[in-house]
Design a protein around this ligand. Sequence first.
Ligand code: PEP
Ligand code: MG
Length: 558
Amino acid sequence: MITIQGKGASAGIADGRLYFYRRVRSEIVRAAVSDVGAEWRRFKDAQARAVEELVSLAERARAEAGDDAALLFETHRMMAGDLDYEAAVKSAIQAGENAEAVVADVRERFVRMFATMDDAYMRARAADVRDVSNRILRLLTGAVQGGIDSGEPVVLAADELVPSELIQLDKSKILGIITVGGSSASHAAILARTMGIPMVIGAGEQLKSEYGGREIVIDGETGAAILEPDAGARAWLMKKHDEQRRTREELDRLKGQENVTKDGQRIRICCNISDPEDVRAVRENDGGGVGLFRSEFVYLGCDDYPTEDYQFQIYKKVLSAADDKEVVIRTLDVGADKQIEYFRLPREENPAMGNRALRICLNRPEIFRTQLRALYRASVYGKLSILLPMVTSVWEVREAKKLCGQVRRELEREGVPCADDVRLGVMIETPAAAVISDCLAEEVDFFSCGTNDLTQYTLACDRQDSDLARFFDPHHPAVLRLLRLVTENAHKKGVMVSVCGELAADLGMTETFLALGVDERSVPPRSVLPLRRSVREPDVSQCRTRVLRALDRGGDEN
Ligand code: PEP
Ligand code: MG
């Protein structure tokens, strides 16, 4: 038995075989082939398997979400068998090129051809051709779909994971995650918490590749991992499982109860999600709605810009599944640690301060408009609110509002219905936004405080850097004073305040948030009931003065 001590990043116990994540090389190897017939058969075999996959994806989509959802896969299936496409591949293979190189070249040729067509519908097919070609390429290169080549679910090990990798992995194969490096405020850790996957980070050199295939137990709360547990460790494991079950049963009794303090102060507890499937966890945990849908994960899960229709289906699915509860969808927040290859963003020295989130949307309005069209089209299927990330100035919000107005009018002209009551909010995650929150409150309906970035920018401390963990302190009085300022400014103008960064799920912050008058906390689904329990304990009239005085003194309660 070997014990590894890392840091807990997502609570829960996982027990399974350790599997080291293998990154798939994305470069295409080029080679001359002598057996042209065999190469053609390799292509035909990959093409046939792509068609099979697409048929079953269409069937699944139809069963789960109806004919409209299946249409995309059916279009892809037809493209995979398209005769012009096949003829282009055949002639290049006959000229002696290997199938991978040929498919990659034909992909680029067809994408260019579609992308330059006059008709908007045909232009949108460029993304489909890329998707289909990538599917065939994956089958040709033998890359495993979902990234995990194992018949059974595993405990995934990696040096580090970036959000685009984690989102593309087959989650049904992941029992838990353990990484050599990593930071608890990174989006990979946030994703693990949202999905309820136990995660240990910072295992360092203790995590050796030769351990692959052996049994490991990880505890995402304490950060401990035990390789090949002995009888004592197994007994501990059983006890932990028992404790967890009992806690769960106790918490389940709080379902249907209100988030109300002893003296009658109420707070909403909503959920952060990153995938339409997460709505199930929102319902299971009795969340008050979706307080933050990080829509960039829709983009991170694609190989090319998601089309308006594709996005529309996803937003519609989330809104329809939310039982008429509010769903806050944040517009695209890529950049920094959420890099997407097909955006072709220039390399930056300081990506966290660079071209990210709303800045990209305002610099490249065609991307923003596609998302806004999809959002407004979906708005009639539920109670939608739109949230703008990374705001620093009033003019950015005004420019975004102008685009929202244009998109709405455009849809109206096309006869496409939109809901009239779509609320607009901004993320307060830069010190600038907090300081001018009185002005921002004139522009929008609600604020959502992103304490992860607010901490990073206020303390000038990279949230990704595990070596800076003790400096990255969301409880820092500077951050809390900004939250106080924001809440006061917002409430003067009747604007609602949510906190959606990781600090929102901190049980030790309940009195502080209640004393500040925060209206909503948005947290990973599994945190809803523990938070509800903690909200039902205090009497705010008793603790408000103490908490606010401590804040005046710089966080010291004594
Ligand atoms: C935040 O910054 O606190 C936030 C919620 O956004 P993200 O973590 O996705 O940057
Ligand atoms: Mg943020």
